[in-house]
Design a protein around this ligand. Structure first.
Ligand SMILES: Nc1nc2c(ncn2[C@@H]2O[C@H](COP(=O)(O)OP(=O)(O)OP(=O)(O)O)[C@@H](O)[C@H]2O)c(=O)[nH]1
Ligand SMILES: [Mg+2]
Length: 562
């Protein structure tokens, strides 16, 4: 199909036909184009009094013809070949400009977005003539040659991604060795890429944060730091953080059109494979953004789910994670179906496409029901175990807190155990219970201490639901320790986030004790301030074993009330 892209309004059938013929003009492989082709393009453009853009692949085939500048006729990101930052797209664009001036920013930006091999801009004389027997001449005034520049290029101007030549004669342009130039550029890009590349197994991620009117600059910074940490934990590498301030999210794309383009450029120039947002996206927003940016766009919930999926070791853990993931996916599949039927599309795409999604949806729905049932069984199994413990009258104390607060370290050092504790978010997924002796009415009493999954602000609802069996270990304990990382600058909002999640649980332990941890890393002012504001709490360093005796005494007192 010889489609002509761009704005065709007002064009005559004969003009469209001429444009279509451009598809049949083979181009040399070692030159950007030929003088004959350039003149012909310029002649058509002069005729219709509009700019025309032609896209050519490395085999010399014309793959796209459009009326308008490179911005109006560009290839959508999802249709471009993806080679990443070390290569160019293998597509060059020859465009005409009615004005006698070098290419403007929008066209150059389109070049960056498509990682074009070259952008040739032909300016027109406004006249020219058709030779008898075919062939046009005298239509091209001069040519500008633009290409991307590697960062290491000494001629590269600060902040600019490209180089534009002075006006060249058509002969000078068409005699230049195109392959040499492009291959030389790619060698440079490759060298840069290897230098940047730390570990090829890492996903290369651009993080995006939106600062809306309802959050403070501090909350915004904390949120971004947390997403960066999540990406890191998920095994990704953050290449760049893009920020935008808006009073509220753009309904279709969260951020504004200019920012979307900035991100698309960053993705292209850095060779990123994923864009991660510091908030949740609706299925439609994620889809719109992916269409415009051309790589996978994920939100905070997907990041967290991804980490959970990597961490899950036990059967119960895997079961709950899968359920959470499918529950998250389901509405997104429905969204896709709707978008497809709205598009209407050609014959054949609509019916089968929808049917396939429907089948997929039903299959997932079935699996969700099965998993729900299994989680119910897990829940009743754990509940039976708890009843047995209660019969033995051993009080249980749950250890809760924000992720990475030091819960597992505390449990290890109190009970001389060896639970996995790491400087990672969500190191623990499954509850682990250990015995501990605490002083009690002048005697010693054995209690059970349960370490469990860490919390995070705005914990995805599908996770809360899927992890109900785990969270019940917290709910049904006789008391709880709420561990806080006092060395974290956002410790106060972390306390708040944990309280919010606890208040959503159907049941919480009757007794609770705030335990401020990591005091070895805290300056004396912060410590004094926290002691003043939270007089009934305990201050410890789980790692340095500071304050653990006091903590045991307090636990002993707490269970006397149970
Ligand atoms: N400096 C210092 N670091 C600590 C202390 N307690 C724990 N840590 C460190 O904090 C990090 C997280 O500890 P974990 O015990 O895994 O934390 P957690 O609350 O179980 O975390 P999740 O299971 O991921 O939610 C580890 O690198 C610990 O070594 C402490 O008292 N002082
Ligand atoms: Mg842990």
């Amino acid at each position: 199909m010889e489609t002509i892209y761009g704005n065709l309004k007002g064009l005559k059938a004969s003009e469209i036909k001429q444009l279509k013929r451009l598809y049949h003009q083979g181009q040399p492989r070692d030159r950007a184009t030929t003088p004959e082709f350039a003149q012909r393009l310029a002649a058509i453009s002069t005729d219709i009094n509009q700019s025309v853009s032609v896209y050519i692949n490395r085999r010399g085939q014309v793959i796209r013809v459009g009326v308008g500048n490179p911005r109006d006729t560009q290839i959508p990101p999802l249709e471009l070949p993806r080679y990443g930052a070390k290569r160019l797209s293998g597509i060059r664009c020859i465009t005409t400009s009615l004005k006698s001036e070098p290419p403007k920013q929008p066209s150059l930006t389109a070049m960056v977005l498509q990682r074009l091999d070259l952008l040739v801009t032909l300016t027109l004389t406004g006249s020219g003539f058709q030779r008898r027997g075919g062939g046009a001449t005298g239509y091209v005034e001069s040519a500008y040659l633009a290409h991307l520049t590697p960062e290491t290029d000494p001629n590269r101007e600060e902040g600019l991604h490209w180089t534009v030549s002075p006006p060249l004669s058509l002969d000078a342009l068409t005699q230049q060795d195109f392959l040499n130039l492009v291959e030389g550029l790619e060698e440079e890009f490759e060298r840069e890429y290897v230098a940047q590349q730390v570990d090829s197994s890492h996903q290369r991620v651009v993080v995006v944060g939106l600062m809306t009117a309802d959050i403070s600059p501090q909350q915004f910074q904390d949120g971004l730091a947390e997403v960066t940490r999540l990406v890191d934990t998920a095994g990704g590498e953050v290449l760049e953080v893009v920020k935008q301030r808006r009073s509220r999210p753009h309904p279709q794309t969260v951020i504004g059109a200019g920012k979307v383009e900035e991100i698309a450029i960053a993705v292209q120039t850095l060779g990123a494979s994923v864009v991660a947002f510091d908030q949740d996206l609706t299925p439609a927003q994620a889809r719109n953004l992916e269409q415009k940016i051309g790589v996978r766009v994920i939100d905070r919930t997907e990041l967290i789910l991804d980490i959970f999926a990597q961490r899950a070791r036990t059967r119960a853990g895997k079961l709950q994670v899968e359920l959470a993931q499918l529950e998250y996916l389901l509405p997104r599949l429905v969204g896709k179906g709707e978008a497809m039927s709205r598009l209407g599309g050609g014959i054949g795409t609509r019916g089968p496409g929808e049917t396939k999604l429907e089948t997929e949806r039903r299959r997932i729905q079935k699996r969700v029901s099965r998993l729900q049932q299994e989680v119910n069984q897990l829940q009743s199994h754990r509940s039976r175990m708890r009843q047995q413990r209660q019969k033995q009258e051993v009080p249980t104390v749950a250890v809760v807190g924000y992720t990475n607060a030091g819960k597992s370290t505390l449990l290890n050092n109190l009970t001389n155990s060896d639970i996995y504790a790491e400087d990672q978010l969500f190191a623990t997924l499954d509850p682990t219970t250990r015995r501990l002796n605490v002083p009690h009415n002048g005697d010693s009493q054995t209690i059970l201490l349960t370490d469990t999954v860490g919390f995070i602000k705005e914990l995805p609802p599908s996770l809360i639901d899927a992890f109900r069996a785990t969270l019940e270990e917290v709910s049904e304990a006789d008391a709880m320790l709420h561990v806080v990382d006092l060395s974290h600058q956002a410790w106060e909002s972390q306390i708040q986030a944990v309280s919010n999640i606890l208040s959503d649980l159907p049941l919480v332990p009757p007794e609770s004790l705030l335990v401020f941890n990591k005091i070895d890393q805290v300056d004396s002012d912060t410590l004094a301030e926290a002691k003043k504001n939270y007089p009934d709490s305990v201050f410890i360093s789980a790692q340095k074993r500071l304050g653990l005796e006091t903590l045991r005494e307090k636990i002993g007192m707490m269970i006397s009330h149970c």
